[in-house]
Design a protein around this ligand. Sequence first.
Ligand code: HEM
Length: 527
Amino acid sequence: MTDVSGNGPAPADDRKVLTNRQGHPVHDNQNQRTVGARGPATLENYQFLEKISHFDRERIPERVVHARGVTAYGYFESYGAWGEEPISRYTRAKLFQDRGRRTDLAVRFSTVIGGRDSSEAARDPRGFAVKFYTEDGNWDLVGNNLGVFFIRDAIKFPDVIHALKPDPVTFEQQPRRIFDFMSQTPESMHMLVNLFSPRGIPADYRHMQGFGVNTYKWVNADGETKLVKYHWMPKAGVRSMTEEDAANVQADSLGHATKDLYEAVARGEYPEWELLVQMMDDHDHPELDFDPLDDTKTWPEQEFPPKPVGRMVLDRMPDNFFAENEQISFGTGVLVDGLDFSDDKMLVGRTFSYSDTQRHRVGPNYLQLPVNQAKNADVRTNQRDGQMTYHVDGAGENPHVNYEPSITGGLREAQYATHDEQGPEIHGRLTRKRIPRTNDYLQAGQRYLLLEEWERDDLVKNLTDLIAQCDRPVQERMVWHFLLVENDLGLRVGDGLGISPEDVAGLEPLTGQDLTDEDRKRLSNLG
Ligand code: HEM
């Protein structure tokens, strides 16, 4: 029998005693302290005030996007080589060296638009964020399940999210707001063809792909750089749902995908993904009909074959959903030596946004929380204090020196292991311009043609049902875009809406829109 605080006798059974956060035993958890049984409560009632005021603060702001999600833990195992070719030829990142090398990781799967308790059967991109706890510090790969995105410049992110989120007046998600925005955003067409096909509602988290989406770089020991894109392929295969399937699942549970993951791991069916990397030389590739820094594009697999670099296994679920799922914090700036940014204009914007929101959402010391800590690397900084400081980061010999440089026992700078300069030289004048080779329709059309027939039928139905709820000019512009994506798609959606190619033949291209010769040819055939 234990006496938790030395403040009094323990109760007469061997269960542990309830205390407050000061370690004081709680003798009565049912009644406040009052003057007489019916009298006023006293303000010195620390135990009650601590309990209720902590409860008042139980919620933190939910993520502004990706609020609903689930975390799982596991490991990454490197293949070390592709056949005879060692991965070290392309990246010096330690986690990819040596066959069989394992790195601990945490994953968070999520939906984007709904709130923290919203349906996991929603048509919505899925987040696929992985935190590798490497010996060189953490690496976060923050991706989605669809491989591309709605926009290619971070300055448009608040707008695309506002259009997709509920109406600010009625709090209703509205197709007329979504397609109003998309109709003015031709770069969204590739994403829309994916999102409104069955791929837009994955069956669960275990049966979906993941993609880094943005273009990153790999750097080798000689400082040579390559552009790369990451792909996660589920060993269990890809499964998706139609609207009807999703409605049935949702009628039963709003959290079927989280439940599925907890249950699979509990049964010992550990989900597994293979990580593949596409690679190209680090320059602008004028021979391609798209820009390699454009996240609305995929890289053709024939020219840039995805090469397997390792596998991920998830074998443990959190003990505490709040601490490990609500507070886990990922960011695209979280890279280790051998991995780097590209000049992708979404990537730089994202890199600012993640840690900015986390300082607000979780707090300035969010990196001291166990789930976010670089647990397999030493952390030694001169950052001190702030709300919820949990401990002092590792310091130098002399704890009085929390500055650098110092000759009295403080921390010193690391030496460059290899090169402090890398990548191509960049020249240009300050400007605000969209990237060249926007080519907004070609890959969207190719994607449409790659869909199976039932998937095309589903896509056309989903688009038609929703766009039917939009204003007529939005409907016409969407049909105009779809005719440029692929004639068949435009004709079928147009048919469903009562809009013919002749009806939209007179529409001018959007202000500043780049069209390819092929796009112009299609436009001239409309009338
Ligand atoms: C979450 C911003 C584009 C994937 C978030 C959050 C913000 C954000 C503020 C909430 C983070 C938090 O509270 O911890 C942005 C901005 C973007 C952008 C500004 C564009 C400029 C993308 C893209 C992808 C993506 C293109 C996919 C490749 C994710 C994922 C999460 C997330 C997976 C959830 C991470 C988690 O589970 O905690 N994003 N995002 N985002 N974003 Fe983005």
